[in-house]
Design a protein around this ligand. Sequence first.
Ligand code: HEM
Length: 495
Amino acid sequence: TFSARRARKRQPQQDDDGHLLPPSPPALPVLGHLHLMGSLPHVSLHRLARKHGSDLMLLRLGAMPVLVVSSPRAAEAVLRTHDLVCASRPHSLVTEIVMYGPSDVGFVPYGDYWRRVRKLVTTHLLTVKRVQALRLAREEEVSAVMARISEAAAAGAAVDVGELLGSFANDLACRAVMGKSFRGEGRNKLFRELVSDTSPLLAGFNVEEFFPFLSRFGVLSRMVRAKSERLRRRWDEQLDRLIEDHESSGAAAAASTSSKDDDDDFIDVLLSVRQEYGLTREHMKAMLLDVFFGGIGTGASVLEFTVAELMLNHDVMKNLQAEIRSVVPKGQVAVSEDNLRGMVYLRAVIKESLRLHPPTTLLTAHFTMASFSVDGFTVPAGVRVLVNAWAIATDARFWENPEAFVPERFLDGGSAEGVGFRGTDFQFLPFGSGRRMCPGMNFGVASVELMLANLVHGFDWELPPGKVARDIDMSEVFGLVVHRKEKLLLLPRRL
Ligand code: HEM
């Protein structure tokens, strides 16, 4: 584009071999572009890209080179055309300690081990069949939430929507991981606390990551290390106990003979394939951590933002309630998964929410294993790649009326008809695309759909007295998952 050419002219940067590097705005010594990162990096990076008219920027955050990707075309270049070269993950001290190496799926660099465990996850753990088999678990966990809301409705009390949906996502993940039998021992709450204590460290954007030399010697890194080790000990205590309980309950033996039943919990599954995949105890613990970190915050964030948008967009709420109430037979208390089939408006609402509020605004950082060229620029090896999925999905160049919450855009005849989140439409990447794309998409979407349908089917929702829709603050807090800053307190009214 013209503006990209102008930016290139302004800041022609070359590597040692004379290759043209992607444009880079002026940087400070030592800090590089770090001072330009605000509390919401996806917003700061978007502004920077617009200001410099550049959908591919090579920044320097401290000592760390970062490629920022801000258009569907550039995203396709790194996630499809050069997917293999960009399929690694950067090293971090925190994941090395907390994620056992790392030896999970999400944070481990590209290589044989990642290929093996990724295959395990997609062929045994997060398969369509297993997601279907968790249907009863989802329906029961949804009913538990509905019972809590009913109590509040009967008492005329407001509910804290984020707290409620956070505990739903947590309980569902616990149920998938450890099965039903461990409920009621307070373990779910313990895991929730552990996830919330660990998430800030895993979020990236830790200072010691920008200055690796500090991480080797500095006080800062000793603090991060000590904190990470304390957390890992807490995780160890819980996960070791769970795995040992499963081993001694004989479930493992049963599972290996019945060859991975679909209703086994995730620990049973991992125990049953541990030999085939050469898994150590640490590998298994790391993979379970991925379920906690991949599955809880994301689902809770999508649900809470969606409810907030529905409160802001009364017509959309009415349309959604009308669709659901017309499908679910009168007298049926809960929406079942069978009822969800054919609910096109519900799907469009969730898509629209994922467009405006993708929980991982910058995907998870990728890392280049070799240099490659794109649009006449050379991207070096050893660069972090941040795909600004949020910026791309809210950019007026690619979306009509991008700021507005309009699910109709995804329906037949709408401006985004046919656009989906399965990683082939590069203007819409809430789950990423390519080799590192989210393997938990079906799991996540199934729980969001069922919970949302029940929330709006069973109740009408109102703001507490004295509040109006424009009082709903949509501010975000950045982290491993972006979440709402303000609590969303709403009054449920039983129909
Ligand atoms: C609405 C819910 C969810 C959203 C929006 C979401 C989004 C994402 C995104 C954007 C990525 C990074 C893709 C990339 O790096 O290019 C990712 C990776 C991942 N997600 Fe999800 N996710 C969700 C639910 C889940 C669930 C429920 C699980 C597991 C139970 C899960 C497990 C993972 C794992 C293991 C990875 C790492 C994959 C890899 O590096 O190979 N996610 N997710």
